[in-house]
Design a protein around this ligand. Structure first.
Ligand code: GLN
Length: 544
């Protein structure tokens, strides 16, 4: 059995270059060439995981089946590749140090002074090795942060050492860099790339391939210059031009510039020819939509572009499945409180309320849901979005005055959403929610069962609070259908309303299981209902 090969992806010059997307695209191309790929991200921050970080700091927390709370780049990996992702796909400095310190406390270092080199770097190398296996051809490890950051140094040192252990021929270093266009000079500038590669070389890493992000085409002259100064062959200077149209163009553009072929050649991989037919078809759909609709996402962190990353992506996938171009309106829920739903939400074909924590903006979400329910606008609630739908229904349909979640009002007379006993005992914040893939059973003939086309589903959770079963009968009597529950029937997982074009809300996070080529059934159904609404409106607006 051939040894697992390792690809390391680093980033230089600036952050936010799209390293996650580029790494995911490389993973996708290699998988499509018949290789078995595992993806991994090493994050240089000291939090043990992003679960305790504010979305303002870190964007979305991406949850895996096994319940680990991870970096949002893992979302790109899962959307673009098919290899399994588990806990060992994301390590942080915090986790690495925690493990080293625990070993020290157990006396495992036998009296030695514990140091960054070799103890921390050994731990990092072990994390990378943990993904290599007989049934894995390539491990792609993305190093978070930017070359030159103090925090990244142990990781860079570890990947430098890695090729000594694993063999140079088994490792490939890809450096993603920025080649900015200077308007005043009217040209692309290669100096930042030279400097950033210079920093890598100083610590002993000679990148094999440079992927150059740029808003303009990188000319042969520029590539030659980069090649010469950075000590790489010309064919290994790959352009990755900004894609203003669609992120789905990224893998195709990398293919056009020969990246997959180069990787296969350099690592001596035995790979199949590449087939991107379905992906090209996807892009054709992006460029030729049959419908145009708009969806409002009403959340607390709406102004932050990454806070609901997987939700926006899942809406896009559902748009593709419905041949629709979806304009997403990011609406601050507090704005809804100030301006009223009529002003902000009229004109949208669907309203989605995503997950979240904290009281700020809750009333705006409840108002938005009432608006959707009363006006027959397709509504999709996710996690906190479901909890708000329950609060709204409790207050305005069941007539439970001041119904609330006990997360936001400890003294509410009607805690329709509350903590169950096992959560009441929890005091630590990190990794203590109800997390990861959990089964649900769907009611036959419900909207949910129709869309999933099955009665048994497995979806990812990340929450503490639950529907309060004391109110189940009362809610049912007023028309709320509990169409999905945990298999023992105790936990409410899905609620829906029947006399509405689409009103469905879930306690879990379906957005973590949607792919561009396989839209999640609930998102697909929601967007389909929005398309339907838009067509009906058009029909009723056009003269008979
Ligand atoms: N704050 C709510 C809870 O903990 C919802 C969490 C979420 O939306 N992810 O139950």
């Amino acid at each position: 059995m051939a040894k697992t090969k390792h690809i390391f992806v680093t980033g230089g010059v600036v952050s936010s270059l799209g390293k996650g997307l580029t790494s995911a695209s490389i993973g996708m191309l290699l998988e499509r060439r018949g290789l078995r790929v595992r993806m991994q991200k090493l994050d240089p921050y000291i939090n043990v995981d992003p679960g305790t970080m504010s979305p303002y700091q870190h964007g979305e927390v991406y949850v895996l089946d096994d319940g680990s709370e991870t970096d949002l780049d893992l979302g790109h990996y899962e959307r673009f590749t098919n290899g399994p992702l588990t806990r060992d796909a994301n390590y942080t400095t915090g986790q690495i140090y925690l493990s080293v310190i625990e070993k020290e406390r157990r006396g495992e270092f036998l009296g030695k002074t514990v140091q960054v080199i070799p103890h921390v770097t050994n731990e990092i190398k072990q994390c990378i090795r943990s993904l290599a296996d007989d049934d894995v051809d390539v491990v792609i490890t993305e190093i978070g942060g930017t070359v030159g950051d103090i925090e990244s140094q142990p990781f860079l040192e570890a990947i430098r050492q890695f090729s000594l252990d694993a063999g140079k021929e088994n490792c490939l270093y890809i450096h993603l860099t920025l080649v900015p266009y200077l308007k005043a000079a009217g040209e692309l500038k290669t100096k930042p790339t030279q400097h950033s590669v210079g920093q890598l070389r100083e610590i002993g890493i000679q990148p094999d391939i440079l992927v150059c992000r740029s808003e303009r085409a990188v000319s042969r002259d520029d590539r030659e210059k980069i090649a010469l100064f950075c000590n790489v062959p010309l064919e290994a200077v790959i352009e990755e031009r900004d894609k203003d149209f669609s992120i789905y163009e990224v893998p195709l553009s990398l293919v056009d510039h020969g990246l997959d072929e180069l990787i296969v050649k350099r690592l001596g991989l035995d790979a199949d020819p590449l087939d991107m037919q379905d992906w090209r078809e996807l892009l054709r759909r992006v460029k030729n939509p049959e419908h145009e609709i708009s969806i409002a996402v009403v959340g607390k962190y709406a102004e932050h572009k990454d806070a609901y990353k997987s939700i926006y992506e899942s809406i896009d996938h559902a748009g593709l499945a419905n041949y629709a171009q979806v304009r997403i309106g990011r609406i601050q829920s507090e704005e809804v409180e100030r301006e009223g739903p009529e002003r902000l939400l009229s004109g949208y074909d669907g309203i989605l309320v995503p997950g979240g924590f904290g009281e700020r903006g809750i009333e705006g979400k409840v108002e938005a849901i009432r608006f959707a329910r009363e006006r027959g606008i397709p509504f999709f609630g996710i996690c906190l979005g479901m909890q708000c739908a329950v609060i709204e229904f409790g207050r305005n349909v069941v007539g439970l005055e001041n119904a609330h979640s006990s997360e936001f009002d400890k003294n509410t007379p009607h805690p329709v959403i509350c903590l169950l006993d096992d959560q009441k005992r929890v005091v630590e914040k990190g990794g203590t929610m109800r997390l990861g893939a959990q089964p649900s059973t769907l009611e036959p003939e419900s909207k949910a069962a129709q869309l999933y086309e099955t009665r048994d589903i497995l979806e990812r959770h990340r929450h503490r609070y639950e529907f309060n079963n004391v109110y189940r009968q009362q809610f049912s009597a007023h028309g709320m259908r509990f169409s999905g529950t945990s298999p023992d029937g105790k936990l409410v997982e899905i609620v829906e309303l029947e006399d509405h074009p689409f009103f469905l809300a879930v306690q879990y996070h379906p957005e973590f299981k949607s792919k561009p080529t396989a839209s999640h059934p609930l998102f697909r159904g929601f967007v389909e209902a929005a398309v339907q609404r838009r067509s009906n409106e058009k029909r009723s607006a056009s003269p008979a």
